[in-house]
Design a protein around this ligand. Structure first.
Ligand code: URA
Length: 234
């Protein structure tokens, strides 16, 4: 891809602005040589304003989503995209979240511009389990695990039972729930159906990929090893 188009697609600016940037010598290789518009330099060797370029198309990011941020590009208020560099909003193809977390849910959230990868993660065939840490308003009764694992639980206004989910009880009001699908407000609705109320909810794991010390509000680019972990399930 020509340099002007590459930079514009990464969100550094319009094509016109990128032509100017190249003319002014702001785009160089790692040895400081100014690059021309038809340069064939490898992506990882290109610097913009002395900084390595953002990841090429096909990127996957992991964010530790804080509470109070919405997984949308349009809503009012704080958006998860606000936690990424501004130019990421201008990337083509766009960077979308893989699934969503509620505004009041924190934890592991993936972004990608790779539609095939996105579908692979959310496809029921991929069997990517999602692990949630749940705090509850009231003590667990003891029969929730059997209900959640039954494969027969129906949520209000739905016509298909939930897939079996695994409940690990941590103490009276804390549990870990492992889901193999992602329905709207699923964790909160499952506990509401048992007469309880979720007071705190965090997604700690997507497949075999955990947050591993990633701070709240921080994000990182996933390596191929990280990406494979998502599908490894352990
Ligand atoms: N289930 C919920 O209720 N909320 C989320 O954000 C994710 C799963």
């Amino acid at each position: 891809m020509r340099l002007v188009k590459l930079l514009a697609n990464l969100g550094y600016g319009s094509r016109k602005e990128m032509q100017t940037a190249i003319r002014h010598g702001w785009v160089t290789d790692r040895d400081g040589n100014r690059l021309k518009a038809d340069a064939k330099t490898a992506h990882e060797d290109i610097l913009f304003d002395d900084e390595p370029l953002d990841p090429a198309q096909g990127v996957v990011l992991l964010m530790n989503k804080p509470l109070g941020y919405t997984c949308s590009t349009k809503d009012q208020g704080r958006l998860v995209h606000d936690l990424l560099p501004d130019r990421f909003r201008m990337r083509k193809p766009v960077l979308s979240t893989i699934g969503r977390l509620d505004k009041e849910t924190s934890g592991a959230l993936l972004f990608t511009d790779d539609g095939t990868f996105l579908h692979k993660v959310i496809s029921p065939k991929a069997h990517v389990p999602k692990v949630y840490e749940v705090s509850l308003d009231r003590p667990l009764k003891g029969d929730e695990g059997v209900l959640f694992a039954s494969g027969e639980m129906m949520l209000e206004s739905e016509d298909k039972p939930l897939k079996p989910a695994e409940l690990q009880v941590l103490d009276e009001t804390h549990a870990r729930l492992i889901l193999h699908e992602g329905r709207y407000h699923q964790v909160r609705r499952m506990f509401a159906a048992t007469g309880n109320h979720v007071t705190e909810l965090t997604r700690s794991r997507i497949g075999g990929l955990g947050l591993d010390g990633l701070e709240e509000g921080a994000w990182r680019v996933l390596s191929d090893v990280d990406k494979a972990l998502i599908f490894s399930g352990d």
